[in-house]
Design a protein around this ligand. Structure first.
Ligand SMILES: Cc1ncc(COP(=O)(O)O)c(C=O)c1O
Length: 388
C-alpha cells in the first residue's frame, strides 16, 4: 500500500480545486490579469493593519476567547444594526479562522457522517468538498438558467429532501452565478426548512455587493428568533482581507457551547491581534467597504456591457456578488477554454467545471479590480471571443 493510500480514504478522495489547477498553470506570468480567484486588487487598508500591529506591539500574543474577543463580538453586533437594521446581542456571534472555517464548523455542528446537506449548483466548490471531507453527503440541486439569468426552483429542492437531509446551504448572492434570492425566495426556502425540520446554513458573505440597492435580502429579514438558521460570514471580501483568514458565525445563542467546543478543537480561537484588526475593519471601515462596492459596480458594468455587446456571450449583469459567469458561444470544454484564454490573452478565468453540475460550459471572471484593468481584460476577452 502506498503511503498516500494508507491515509483516510475520505481525506485522499478530497478533490483538487479546479480553480487552483488553472491558477497553478499560469501563475506569475508577465502581464497577467488575474480574474480567476475571488479577491480584489487592493491590500488590506492601513487602519486595519495598524490596529493589528499595535496589538502585537502591546504583547497581545496569548491564548484568547474561543468565541472571539468581547470587543469584536460587540463590533459585529453594531455592524448588523448599521447595515441590516437588526439588533442581535453579542451572544449570537462567534469569530472563526475565515469564512471557510465558519462553513467547516457549521458542517460539523449540523451533520453526522452519512447525513445529507442540499446546496444549489453551480456553487463555490468548497461547500461540497467540506461536506464530503466531514463524511456527510453533498446533494446538489441545479439552479435554472434561462435568458442569461439564474433562478431557483423550490420544487426541485423539496424533491431532493430525504430522511437523511439535515440542512440546506444557501449562498446568496451566489458565487459563481450572481443569483440573488429575493425576500420571497428566502421566505419560501425557510418555509421548506421549517416544514422538514432542517437547518439553513446561510452564506451571505456578498450581501453588501448588491447593485440594485444597498444590500441583498437576508434570512434575517424573514426569520423568527427560534428558526434554525446559522450564518457564515467573512472579512475577506468587504474589507480586502482575504489573506487574514478571519470570519464569523451568527447563530442562535443556545448553540453557543457547542460552537465554542468545535472552535476549541479546531483552531482554539483566532489570534487576538488579528481580531483587533477585524475590530478596526468593522468600526472604521464603512467608507472603505463602500469604495470597494462602488468599484465593483463600475467594473461589473465595464466587463459585462462589453461582453454582452459581442452577442456571443450568454450572460446578464449579475445583481450581486463579484463575478461574471459567462457562457461563450462555441465553448464546449471550459477547463480547456480557461487554459487557451490565459495563453492567448493573459486574462486568468476560472473554468465552470470547478463549480459543479450546471456550470460546465461557463467561465467565471471576478471583477473587483481597478476599472482600467477590467477595461483591458474586457478588450482582450472580446477580441478573443469575436475570433472564435
Ligand atoms: C460563497 C463563499 N463563501 C465563503 C467563502 C470563504 O471566504 P474566506 O474563507 O476567504 O473567508 C468564499 C470565498 O471565496 C465564497 O465565495
Amino acid at each position: 500500500m502506498s503511503i498516500v493510500n494508507s491515509l483516510s480514504p475520505r481525506a485522499v478522495s478530497a478533490p483538487e480545486s479546479g480553480i487552483v489547477e488553472v491558477v497553478n498553470y499560469a501563475r506569475g506570468r508577465d502581464g497577467l490579469l488575474p480574474l480567476w480567484v475571488g479577491e480584489g486588487d487592493l491590500p488590506s487598508p492601513d487602519f486595519v493593519n495598524k490596529a493589528a500591529m499595535e496589538a502585537l506591539a502591546a504583547g497581545e500574543t496569548f491564548y484568547t476567547y474561543q468565541r472571539g474577543i468581547p470587543e469584536l463580538r460587540q463590533a459585529l453586533s453594531d455592524y448588523y444594526v448599521r447595515h441590516f437594521g437588526i439588533t442581535l446581542p453579542v451572544e449570537h456571534f462567534f469569530v472563526t479562522g475565515s469564512g471557510m472555517q465558519a462553513i467547516q464548523i457549521a458542517v460539523q455542528a449540523m451533520t453526522s457522517p452519512g447525513d445529507e446537506m442540499i446546496y444549489l449548483t453551480p456553487a463555490w466548490p468548497n461547500i461540497a468538498a467540506a461536506l464530503e471531507v466531514a463524511g456527510a453527503r453533498s446533494v446538489g440541486v441545479e439552479l435554472q438558467f434561462e435568458g442569461g439569468k439564474w433562478a431557483v426552483d423550490l420544487g426541485r429542492i423539496e424533491a431532493a429532501i430525504t430522511p437523511k437531509t439535515k440542512a440546506l446551504f444557501v449562498n446568496t448572492p451566489s458565487n459563481p452565478t450572481g443569483w440573488t434570492a429575493t425576500r420571497e425566495d428566502l421566505a419560501a426556502i425557510l418555509g421548506l426548512a421549517r416544514k422538514h425540520g432542517l437547518w439553513i446554513m446561510a452564506d451571505e458573505i456578498y450581501a453588501r455587493y448588491y447593485y440594485p440597492g444597498t444590500r441583498s435580502a437576508s434570512f434575517l429579514d424573514v426569520m423568527e428568533a427560534d428558526d434554525k438558521v446559522m450564518f457564515v460570514n467573512s472579512f475577506s471580501k468587504n474589507w480586502s482581507m482575504t489573506g487574514w483568514r478571519v470570519g464569523w458565525i451568527v447563530a442562535p445563542p443556545q448553540t453557543g457551547q457547542v460552537l465554542e467546543n468545535l472552535i476549541q478543537y479546531s483552531t482554539s480561537g483566532v489570534a487576538q491581534f488579528m481580531q483587533k484588526g477585524a475590530v478596526a475593519a468593522l468600526n472604521d471601515g464603512d467608507a472603505f467597504v463602500q469604495a470597494n462596492i462602488d468599484k465593483a459596480r463600475l467594473s461589473r458594468d465595464i466587463l459585462c456591457d462589453a461582453l454582452i455587446a459581442t452577442n456571443r456571450v450568454e450572460t446578464l449583469k449579475p445583481d450581486g456578488a463579484l463575478y461574471a459567469f459567462l457562457k461563450i458561444d462555441g465553448v464546449k470544454d471550459s477547463r480547456q477554454a480557461a487554459i487557451d484564454i490565459v495563453d492567448k490573452t493573459g486574462v486568468g478565468l476560472a473554468p465552470g467545471t470547478a463549480f459543479g453540475p450546471g456550470g460546465e460550459l461557463f467561465l467565471r471572471a471576478c471583477f473587483l479590480r481597478d476599472p482600467a484593468q477590467i477595461q483591458t481584460a474586457a478588450d482582450r476577452l472580446c477580441d478573443y471571443i469575436l475570433k472564435l
